[in-house]
Design a protein around this ligand. Structure first.
Ligand SMILES: [Zn+2]
Ligand SMILES: [Zn+2]
Length: 114
């Protein structure tokens, strides 16, 4: 049975599909376009690394949106070239292989606390 939901981004009602439950067709397409623009931007960037802050600012993206997309595996291709600031200690670390927005030592600390 088809489920109707409100798009997380623009609020429009849309039909959910098995692989898309959060945004409408239009926002999904826009998101895809933005993703390829980000990928191109990072790959063409003349320096060895690009900071995540710069990407967020350039593409007007919030860290939450980025995290969601990153968790969905959308930035695998460019993760090697992107650096992020640890949300806890502020250390600049490579994004590649990350599952959250923390550096590896803060992740370890967090795991030890649990
Ligand atoms: Zn939408
Ligand atoms: Zn840290």
């Amino acid at each position: 049975m088809a489920n109707v939901a409100n798009c997380k981004k623009c609020g429009t009602l849309f039909l959910q599909t098995s692989n898309r439950i959060d945004v409408c067709d239009k926002c999904f397409e826009e998101q895809n376009k933005m993703l390829s623009e980000i990928n191109t931007f990072v790959m063409m960037y003349p320096e060895d690394t690009v900071s995540l802050d710069m990407i967020l600012e350039k593409f007007n993206l919030s860290i939450d949106e980025f995290e969601t997309l990153f968790a969905a595996g959308k930035f695998v291709k460019i993760a090697q070239k992107v650096t992020m600031k640890c949300a806890k200690c502020g250390k600049i670390v490579p994004l590649a292989g990350k599952t959250n927005m923390l550096c590896s030592s803060c992740t370890k600390k967090l795991q030890n606390e649990i």
